[in-house]
Design a protein around this ligand. Structure first.
Ligand code: SF4
Length: 261
């Protein structure tokens, strides 16, 4: 469960992978999903925790930032946002599973200062949370892991119906969606089992997406599992040929599709 005050575990300046232009990405701590390949495992729990450092010390992960402080930090780089077409991205964890009074006040304040706001979401949140931020949000980076509900539950700890329903509702509401598909070999890359049913659903539901990003699994978060003293479960990225085949199959249906962020 979310705390009454949200925890933030990183404010990353000059980020270039979380939407267009130069951005500040604010990472909220706590996520309803438990993806076993999560490359930010320190983002999963809604509570503060400690990570071991290489020098034998410990770093605290997660702090409460008064709203004015996080706005101050975000506004510092406004000139770079304006020159590059960037802005602020709220990420996580799952930002829409945080106390929504705080999140809504934050996006509203940024929008009122003329700063573009993007939200990186797993979709695992009540639609009422999306509705609260929708008027102030320029785009959503919408992550999708697995189309099959039961296999989604098996890997992520809960099914995906809410995620799909929210995607549909956002599309119908005219939200700008960048769909991000995490590609994990043997888990969600089978054309007949994983890709085609999802494509059929996207088309049947008339989901409008700006771009589909195919994001191959990577192991950059491996050391963080050690630092958190949690077991690391290795997966594999699909081959370049498999990825390209998937890209072409989406592109063939008219979706602007790229490999990478
Ligand atoms: S949805 Fe994202 S942050 Fe949450 S567990 Fe999965 S990969 Fe990690």
């Amino acid at each position: 469960m979310a705390e009454t005050k949200p925890l933030i575990f990183n404010v990353q300046k000059f980020s270039v992978h979380d939407g267009p232009g130069i951005r500040t990405t604010i990472f909220f701590k706590g996520c309803p999903l438990a993806c076993p390949w999560c490359h930010n495992p320190e983002s999963q729990r809604f509570c503060g925790e400690r990570m071991a450092r290489d020098d034998g010390g410990w770093d605290d992960v997660g702090a409460y930032y008064p709203l004015a402080e996080v706005i101050r930090q975000a506004v510092q780089d406004q000139i770079f946002y304006e020159r590059s077409g960037g802005g602020v991205t709220l990420s996580g964890g799952e930002v829409l599973a945080q106390p929504m009074d705080y999140v809504t006040a934050l996006v509203q304040a940024l929008a009122e200062k003329g700063i573009s706001v993007g939200i990186d979401t797993s979709g695992a949140a009540p639609f009422t949370a999306f509705e609260q931020v929708l008027p102030y949000t320029d785009f959503f980076l919408y992550d999708m892991k697995l189309f099959d509900d039961e296999r989604h539950r098996q890997y992520m700890g809960q099914g995906n119906r809410q995620i799909l329903e929210n995607m549909k509702a956002l599309s119908d509401a005219g939200a700008v969606l960048y769909l991000r598909l995490i590609m994990v070999d043997g888990v969600n890359t089978d054309r007949d089992r994983d890709i085609q049913p999802f494509q059929e659903w996207l088309q049947a539901q008339q989901i409008r997406v700006e771009t589909i990003h195919l994001l191959p699994y990577h192991e950059l978060g491996r050391h963080k599992y050690q630092a958190l003293q949690r077991p690391f479960q290795p997966f594999r990225a699909p081959s370049a040929q498999v990825l390209e085949g998937i890209r072409q199959s989406f592109a063939g249906l008219g979706y602007d599709t790229v490999i990478g962020g």
